[in-house]
Design a protein around this ligand. Structure first.
Ligand SMILES: O=C(O)CCC(=O)C(=O)O
Ligand SMILES: [Fe+2]
Length: 269
């Protein structure tokens, strides 16, 4: 709430996603992901033959910084897709920084404590998720239980169909939809940088037997290959270091994610 993004832009962001997913498969395939690449259009990636498959369609695009965009994966249809997603991405970039400064301030730390681990170019990836109605809604998941690899994730939920659940005290709790609100999740990298004070929640996505659902997750992360670790001031005699310093790349994360494991566990001391 109070994020300063106009409802009309949120509406357009949803519209371009829906319009893209409704295109004929042949048209969507123009943005098809290449084997072993994350970017582009596709469904769940199969990395081994004993993983649980997620029931969704998605398009995954690196949006910030703009000069790293791989435009060959960007939809040409609808024609304003690029313009709208770029406008939204720059707003999310600002929100991500404001939120991370506030998180640092809430711990009485310098406001740039987390952002100073970002390097010169923070990056944001966008993932539109489309969950078709699924007759086996009781038996399958839209996305299996995971925590996000990001520093923070800004999620634009579907306008009316719920599906996001968080694991709290070993119980799945539904996250309600609030009109025009953005849902902000702390990801694994802030859990590491805050030495475990902020927890990256485990969450999963249900599918609906009758209704489709579409969401847009924006994953905000430090520059790739930056070494991240708990902020110095948060390591004390009473609160010893819980995580090693290291790079937290998407490849590293994905191997565990597809196996239903949490990559962050490997970072613990
Ligand atoms: O579809 C959603 O609501 C969120 C999807 C998600 O958790 C993810 O893409 O990491
Ligand atoms: Fe997620």
């Amino acid at each position: 709430m109070n994020h300063g993004i106009e409802s009309s832009l949120l509406e357009e962001v949803r519209e371009i996603g829906i319009q893209f997913f409704k295109l004929p498969v042949e048209e969507k395939k123009k943005c098809l992901r290449e084997k072993d690449d994350l970017e582009g259009y596709g469904n769940d990636m199969v990395l081994s033959n004993n993983q649980t498959l997620d029931c969704n369609d998605r398009i995954y695009l690196a949006v910030v910084p703009q000069h790293q965009q791989k435009l060959q994966f960007w939809p040409q249809n609808p024609t304003h897709f690029q313009e709208v997603l770029n406008a939204y991405s720059s707003k999310i970039d600002l929100i991500s920084k404001v939120v991370q400064k506030s998180l640092a301030r809430s711990l009485n730390m310098e406001e740039d404590s987390f952002l100073s681990q970002y390097g010169t170019t923070a990056s944001i990836s966008a993932r539109y998720n489309y969950y078709p109605p699924c007759p086996w809604a009781e038996k399958v998941l839209g996305v299996k239980a995971h925590s996000d690899s990001s520093a923070i994730t800004v999620l634009l939920q579907d306008k009316e169909v719920e599906g996001l659940q968080l694991l709290r005290d070993n119980q799945w709790v539904g996250v309600p939809i609030l009109r025009d609100a953005l849902t902000i999740n702390v990801g694994d990298q802030i859990e590491i940088m805050s030495n475990g004070i902020f927890k990256s929640p485990v969450h999963r996505l249900l599918v609906n037997s009758k209704k489709e659902r579409m969401t847009l997750a924006m994953f905000c992360v430090p520059q790739t290959e930056m070494v991240i670790g708990p902020v110095d001031g948060l390591i004390t005699d009473e609160t010893p270091r819980l995580y090693k310093n290291g790079t937290y790349t998407l490849d590293f994360f994905f191997k565990d994610f597809q196996q239903g494991r949490r990559a962050i566990d490997a970072c613990k001391i």
